[in-house]
Design a protein around this ligand. Structure first.
Ligand code: PLP
Length: 395
């Protein structure tokens, strides 16, 4: 039966995403034709190592509390328990950044926050870098917002700049270190965006989901830059820093100093969350608190270093062959130029057929990703080393 209701017409404007299903189809077809090939997947965007022992122990304790009448807890506070908000605030303080716990809103991950924050804005011009993590674009298109893509490329090592922008009142999505490019803003480049936002009354939505991978002194938080407390919100996650992709915990920072039209943004976010969100599970929040403790951080950082080392193994080969790439240094991602001017999918097919290695075609992340390719360090060290020796044969 066809109903007489109207659906959200903007869903028709969202580009279908065939990227990962097309990749899966091609891999399946290859496996059927070559059953003896040991296929290595370097396209993974998910962590593969287990939670840190400190995190597991904290969650076990919390589960036992939930099983006793005296310590049972019902609905969690919408913005997170104080113990977690304070642990996140301490994590910022340890990095020399002052973010009071009252400005931190716990969530079930960065993807939800990136999508949900659209609710609190009206009609604005939205600036989104290309190539990009697709959630920023799709969630704005679904809401019928006006999106302008900021093309990036080799000239700026895939980092967007405000050069040439003349309008005002933009909402600007920035991600550093970026997915898929792995490129991280240095202090000056991020400072240029904060200056631009301050001058033009624009808001920056800063996704720092990969901050734990920064090793070269680049900012790990937008609040390391002066002026950001007036014009930036930050969305972060324990997914990549502590292996929480399946456990789900992140947070959003909305400084009380950011307002628009006289309305502080945090009030709108609090209203939104109190209406549509019922909090992160207690057990998960205890796990997250443990992940942010000194022991939890030390244990999780071993995993981060493991992934980073894999990325560096891939980068080493590219450097050796003189192939341009970004990432690896501050990221689990290596974003490489396809050799000999090949297209993203052409290179995908070549890698799969000649080396049985799977990566992700850059064209799937935006027009400017055509001709580029994403490999990740999230596999095992052994598989990564094997993939690199196979790649060495064909690059
Ligand atoms: N932001 C970026 C840039 C990502 O690449 C991802 C996941 O891959 C996320 C956010 C999602 O994080 P979460 O697992 O916290 O939802």
């Amino acid at each position: 039966m066809d109903l007489k209701i109207n659906t959200n017409v903007h869903f028709g404007d969202v580009a279908e995403s065939y990227l990962f299903s097309d990749v899966a189809k091609k891999v399946k077809a290859h496996a059927a034709l070559h059953p003896d090939d040991r296929i290595i997947r370097l396209g993974i965007g998910d962590v593969t190592l287990p939670l840190a022992p400190t995190v597991v122990a904290a969650m076990e304790r919390a589960v036992r509390e939930m099983g006793k009448k005296e310590t049972f807890r019902g609905y969690a506070p919408e913005y997170g328990y104080d113990f977690l908000r304070e642990a996140i605030s301490r994590r910022y303080a340890d990095a020399g950044v002052d973010v009071p716990s009252s400005e931190i809103y716990a969530s079930d991950g960065a993807k939800c926050d990136c999508g949900n924050i659209v609710d609190i804005f009206g009609d604005n011009e939205i600036l989104i870098p290309d190539p990009v993590y697709p959630v920023y674009l799709d969630s704005n298109v679904m809401a019928g917002r006006r999106v302008t893509l900021l093309p990036t490329g080799r000239g700026t090592d895939f980092l967007p700049t405000p050069d040439g922008l003349s309008g005002e009142g933009y909402i600007i999505y920035l991600c550093s270190p970026g997915n898929p490019t792995g490129a991280a803003f240095g202090r000056d480049a991020l400072g240029a965006w904060i200056d631009f936002a301050s001058r033009t009354g624009s808001l920056i939505i800063y996704d720092s989901a990969y901050e734990a991978f920064v090793t070269d002194g680049s900012p790990r938080s937008v609040y390391e830059i002066e002026g950001a407390r007036e014009c930036a919100v930050e969305i972060c996650s324990l997914s990549k820093s502590a292996g929480f992709t399946g456990t789900r915990c992140g947070w959003c920072v909305i400084p009380h100093t950011v307002s628009a039209g006289g309305v502080p943004l945090y009030r709108l976010w609090e209203r939104r969350q109190a209406t549509k969100f019922n909090g992160v599970p207690y057990v998960v929040q205890r796990g997250a608190e443990a992940a942010l403790s000194p022991e939890g951080r030390a244990e999780s950082m071993e995993n981060v270093r493991y992934y980073a080392k894999n990325a560096e193994t891939i980068a080493g080969l590219l450097r050796d062959r003189g192939i341009y790439f970004t990432g690896a240094k501050n990221s689990p991602y290596v974003w490489m130029e396809c050799p000999h001017g090949m297209g993203s999918w052409e290179f995908f097919d070549l890698l799969l057929s000649r080396a049985a290695v799977v990566g992700t075609p850059g064209a799937g992340f935006g027009k400017c990703g055509e001709g580029y390719f994403r490999l990740t360090g999230f596999g095992s060290a052994e598989a990564t080393a094997e993939a690199v020796s196979r790649l060495a044969e064909i690059l």
